[in-house]
Unconditional design. Sequence first.
Length: 204
Amino acid sequence: MKTFGTISGAAATLKMINVDTDQIIPKQYLSAISRIGLGKGLFHDFRYDTNNNENPDFVLNREPYRDAKILITSENFGCGSSREHAPWSLDDFGIRCVIAPSFADIFFNNCIKNGLLLIIMDEDKVKKLMTVAENPQTCNMTVDLDAQTIVLADGTSVSFEIEPFRKQRLQEGLDDISITLQRRDEIATFEAKQKAIMPWLYRP
């Protein structure tokens, strides 16, 4: 899993509540077993018309937001099904951080497990960040996980909270397997004791 330290880039806004995972990455992309290329399907039904032509009104089809690294959106983002393709598509597009007043639980945890930083922030603060991001001249922001700050184009710094263990996971790039392997010595000791007591479990 990729580590997360500091990212800088354009912040795009999506002023919609209850954006579900089917809107993030529609079902026709779920047959893919690779994360590579899923970015093209991110927000497909918003980004393209029925003929697969770009919708010029959608934020990610406009400069400078085509290269957005940060997404600022509204409450309950990521609700719906538990598809892991949703964080994969955000990451493949280039978005490493999403800021919202609230997220769906399963989506939130899937993002952390895939190296994306999700920031839960008071709704009034989110709206202020949206106002700044909607101006192409001021939309560039820097998210510093170590310092737990969002630095705006004018130098203003906005702090955010994150649970310490989730912060560590992102900083060190630890997925579930990596966390388990940190205790490989304890696992080996347990297996050796178990093998001595219940050898039949280890017979080929």
